[in-house]
Design a protein around this ligand. Sequence first.
Ligand SMILES: *[C@@H]1O[C@H](CO)[C@@H](O)[C@H](O)[C@H]1NC(C)=O
Ligand SMILES: *[C@@H]1O[C@H](CO)[C@@H](O)[C@H](O)[C@H]1NC(C)=O
Ligand SMILES: *[C@@H]1O[C@H](CO)[C@@H](O)[C@H](O)[C@H]1NC(C)=O
Ligand SMILES: *[C@@H]1O[C@H](CO)[C@@H](O)[C@H](O)[C@H]1NC(C)=O
Length: 602
Amino acid sequence: MRTSLLALISLASSALGYEVKTPPLDTDWTYKVGTDPWPEYPRPQLQRSRWQSLNGIWQWGEGTSESAYPQGTDVLVPSCIESALSGVMQHAQTSWFAREFEVSKALKRKGDKILINFEAVDYQATVYVNDELAGSHTGGYWRFSFDITDLIKEGKNTLRVDVFDPTDAQGYMIPVGKQTLNPSHIFYTPCSGIWQSVWLESVPAQHITQLDVAADMHGTVDVTVTTNGGSNNTVHITVTDDSGKDVANARGRANKAFSFKVGSPSLWSPDSPTLYNLTVTVGDDKVTSYTGFRTIATGEIDGIKRPLINGEFFFQFGTLDQGFWPDGIHTPPNHEAMVFDIKQLKDLGFNMLRKHIKVENALFYRACDELGLLLIQDMPSMPVNRLPNAEQQKEWERQLDLLIEQHKNYPSIYTWVIYNEGWAQITAYHPEEYLTERLKELDPTRLVDATSGWIDHGYGDWHDNHHYANPQCGTPFYSLASTPYDNKRIAIQGEFGGIGQNVSEEHLWKVQAAINTINQTYEIDETIEAWNYRGHVLLSELRDQVEKWACSAAIWTQTTDVEGEVNGLLTYDRRVLRPDVDQWKSDIQALKDAAKARNGKK
Ligand SMILES: *[C@@H]1O[C@H](CO)[C@@H](O)[C@H](O)[C@H]1NC(C)=O
Ligand SMILES: *[C@@H]1O[C@H](CO)[C@@H](O)[C@H](O)[C@H]1NC(C)=O
Ligand SMILES: *[C@@H]1O[C@H](CO)[C@@H](O)[C@H](O)[C@H]1NC(C)=O
Ligand SMILES: *[C@@H]1O[C@H](CO)[C@@H](O)[C@H](O)[C@H]1NC(C)=O
């Protein structure tokens, strides 16, 4: 009796206290999230069997946890505290998250270590377990882990996370992408706090800390297995195909690069996104992962520099993809919602996406790998119209390394973007020169778009022009903010389109300040029919440029409406799809056909 009463009380103080707030606009998923969010295994490229999710209802408050805990309000983890899904829906520069947890019996095994993993906390996190410091971390978009074996005990443990997020704060300049405390048109609501999964895992004392795998079109697999100790331990790696059959067994040493071959692998491409599973063991540690065989290169076809995927050029057409949600801000409400966007793009015939100055959770990249969508991945920018000091620049560059280190194993990513439209881009010297070299060193298997739009000094593989609404892709004519096409690099229209249509109030982000900025959209079309007419005109113009000039790839602005922007293929709530599907499919196919017709033509 007593136990069940206690259980009831504890239920009352946790699950019953949390309630999703009413967002300015909801989605079909908002009220389906519940109190067990993101139950999926969070790290598909380094999976272990024993893990325990710490997602769910935590306590939250402003200030720091030491004095305040346990006097908090209920919050959903993971979520941005500014989102309705968090149950908080307010910004705080300094705040804390806390919960109790027990290490489940299934997780504990004698001699093993217990790690706590955070997939992303915006911006600084200081983590305490049973009032002892476990560690701290800076950077809102990256994964980090602490070994908490010596801090945990039998039964209940307390976990506290103090968060500091100086978005827009005086004296700070940090990677924020589109986040601002004063949202207006192309700048949106910020995200603070634990916005991706938190989980425990059990690992042998000596274990794999990083698994780097790059597999190319010739079947060569380059592997580096990094461990936390022991430099000469044997690594066993097995590659299995999608029927579960072993296609290679290889051996190497930990902490040392090695290669092996798989005979005639099925290649990964957006049209045929074949993946192979991997099993890797070192000593007592065993992890599973996956890879795709593909080669990204540049080459000259008929005198024009082209991006080659597995030795071939095909037109790469994608969208500018912000990854914002009206109910979750940076955190998609759930996996189904996140994948909905990707599937919608695939259905229209897009084969690429530019993940715009934001980084997603690992399952997003896994979904692009699985469904076949090439990715151009931007580094999250520091704020527009400001320049960093030397220390801020150094910290941003450190985080650029993290972007590469944590994402260089996804087959779908084929290009890194350093700068967007001159934002926080130092021009007194050219940081993109050494940063391009640095990226090529960290990851020689991909292309670099050093400056997407505006301030171009000739670095990187792409020559990237932004122009609204109509494209100027690899053309010998250009407008003021851009530079003439440079035929030593590949031509990409890094942004164009951006045409808007103000559907109806029910699909708008109902914040008056945002509604007041809708008229800043490059173009507003009165009806969806007019919008589709304009879409057809712009895609036809792009096709002309593919036929006549050097255009190899283009990015349409944008996947969805966001707050005061009404220029998405989808409205912000994902309930209205603007494109006339048959028309867009045929216009996109025409781009691909135009590029194909030029392949190898003398
Ligand atoms: C590493 O190599 C050295 C020298 O060959 C050997 O003495 C040692 O036992 C090896 N250690 C492990 C963990 O295999
Ligand atoms: C490959 O791994 C994934 C994820 O662990 C699993 O769901 C899938 O069944 C595996 N495929 C095969 C053919 O074993
Ligand atoms: C846009 O609308 C706002 C508020 O409705 C108004 O103050 C502003 O002048 C308008 N701007 C333009 C460019 O029309
Ligand atoms: C867009 O629609 C909303 C709601 O119907 C309206 O309040 C707003 O003035 C419209 N803005 C423009 C620029 O059409």
